[in-house]
Design a protein around this ligand. Structure first.
Ligand SMILES: [Zn+2]
Length: 511
């Protein structure tokens, strides 16, 4: 895919000695910064603060971090959504929370290198402090330009800086980070010698490659929160990462998150700019954004399948089957499965939902309890007040859905053999009877042995066998309370229910 190189990203010179508030240079630079953010949502910062030697040291340290064993890197955790260690096919990232304080960088360094790594700590603290100073200058410039400089100090005091390390693997003609804008207030990015960042023009027609003029340049990207604060004056920078080189791209991003509420200054509301945003908590906004992305993923998966762009698609973070329309439940905040199934129903007369999480798929069943267009089959633990305390084998749906809700309740300790045997018999019969168009599989892994929430004895192979009907795991396991007679009763009851279906339901309307 080719990238158009026009228009160019504005370059703003931050090397001037007299760049101090009140000077002529400050005023003209502030003007450039504001117009770049309004028109492009980004600009290149020309700085002379990073020598080639420091540049090399920083990215040598970043490489050292990525070269650590995965079991060490996964200890990097954070309370922020999207934070902590993330390993994907295309990229890997880690982050240091609250990087404004030296202690946080020291804490992160000790976690990664218990024997210490003073060089890493020093380099990262140096570059993060430098980027922080640039960000604060930009904030002061923009706030002054809008005549709201009285809020600069309180904004700067409320910043919770996060330093994010990103590594993009070598790739040929491949988008390794999809199109998005950041949910931060702003992001300052510093990169090694490998380009890949592309920014979209405001009219969304063109992409421009970020090609820094020197190793001492940064790019400033306005985030969604900056747009909201400015009452839509600032354009959030829409960007992506596109790799087409046989080399690894490393970046350091300093993200500005506000600790508390973000509110549009009264001075930025007038007849021409009526108030667009209520005050909001930045952290709550991030959480809402994450839920939206999560739901969008399953929805997009369904759309791709509907459009025959693929045969099988996976949302690795989906499967939130406990939340209902009005209430979050069981660590679930948005029912991506229901949204995905609804999308499938636009193209398919019947959809089968199979749930092999150790917990009952209660809210997906509830959502489709009165329609035969969706058959829900949940294999789960039942009894002993186990969450969510539903649903026994006799729960079979109501009205049009009668017999189209199937529950296979197990007791503690079900193993691969029994689970897979029953799974195979029931699903084969369901597929034969129901003539479905699409399958949504909630592949909960808490049915694996030794899961802290679960109580089943399935292995990874056994769990996978629910799709391919194979294999068995051989570890010391807790007692299997699913005696032969019990399993036989369950099987008979489910098959008996299935026998009540005379034929596949006709679907003449889209209920
Ligand atoms: Zn579960």
């Amino acid at each position: 895919m080719g990238s158009q190189t026009e228009p160019k990203i504005p370059v703003v010179d931050f090397t001037k000695d007299e760049l101090k508030s009140g000077t002529k240079a400050w005023l003209s630079t502030s003007k450039q910064v504001c117009s770049a953010l309004e028109e492009y949502g980004c600009f290149i910062i020309e700085s002379n603060d990073v020598s080639l030697d420091l540049h090399n040291k920083i990215f040598d340290s970043a490489k050292e971090l990525y070269d650590l064993p995965t079991e060490v890197k996964i200890m990097n955790n954070t309370e922020y959504p999207y934070g902590g260690h993330v390993g994907g096919a295309n990229y890997e990232s880690l982050n240091i929370d609250d990087v404004g304080s030296l202690e946080s960088t020291q804490k992160f360094t000790s976690l990664m290198w218990p024997d210490g790594n003073a060089r890493f700590c020093e380099n990262m603290h140096k570059i993060a402090s430098l980027m922080g100073r640039i960000n604060e200058m930009v904030i002061r410039m923009v706030f002054e330009s809008y005549g709201v400089e009285k809020y600069s100090d309180s904004h700067i005091e409320s910043i919770d800086y996060i330093l994010r390390f990103n590594k993009y693997h070598e790739a040929k003609d491949h988008m390794v980070l999809p199109i998005h804008s950041d949910s931060s207030f702003s992001t300052i990015l510093y990169q090694n010698h490998v380009n890949g960042l592309e920014v979209q023009s405001k009219d969304a027609n063109k992409w421009t490659v970020y090609d820094p003029p020197s190793r001492s340049c940064f790019i400033y990207l306005a985030g969604d929160a900056f747009k909201a604060w400015s009452n839509n004056r600032i354009h959030p920078c829409v960007h992506r990462v596109f790799m087409n080189v046989n080399d690894q791209r490393y970046t350091l991003g300093l993200l500005d998150f506000q600790k508390g509420e973000i509110r549009v200054p009264d001075e930025l509301v007038d007849d021409e700019h009526p108030l667009k945003y209520k005050p909001f908590n930045h952290f709550d906004f991030l959480m809402a954004h994450m839920k939206h992305i999560l739901a969008c993923k399953t929805h997009n998966v369904a759309r791709r399948l509907n459009n025959q762009l693929c045969d099988i698609a996976i949302n690795w973070v989906g499967g939130l089957h406990h939340v209902n329309k009005c209430e979050a439940s069981g660590f679930c905040c948005i029912n991506d499965l229901v949204l995905g199934i609804l999308e499938f129903l636009k193209h398919h007369p019947r959809v089968l939902h199979i749930d092999i999480d150790v917990h009952h798929g209660d809210s997906v069943e509830d959502a489709f309890y009165f329609t035969d267009r969706v058959m829900t089959v949940s294999f789960h633990k039942y009894g002993d007040m186990f969450f969510p305390r539903t649903d026994y084998v006799k729960e079979i749906g109501e009205r049009e859905d009668k017999f189209y809700a199937i529950n296979v309740p197990f007791k503690d300790g079900i193993d691969d053999t029994n689970f897979n045997r029953l799974f195979k018999i029931i699903i084969s019969k369901v597929v034969e009877t129901y003539l479905l168009g699409a399958i949504v599989l909630q592949y909960g892994v808490d049915s694996l042995a030794r899961d802290r929430l679960g109580c089943f004895n399935l292995s990874i192979d056994g769990n996978a066998e629910c799709v391919r009907f194979v294999k068995k795991f051989n570890l010391p396991l807790p007692d299997n309370l699913n005696r032969k007679s019990y399993l036989s009763t369950i099987k008979m009851q489910v098959l008996e229910n299935l026998r009540s279906i005379q034929h596949a339901p006709k679907c003449t309307d889209a209920r």
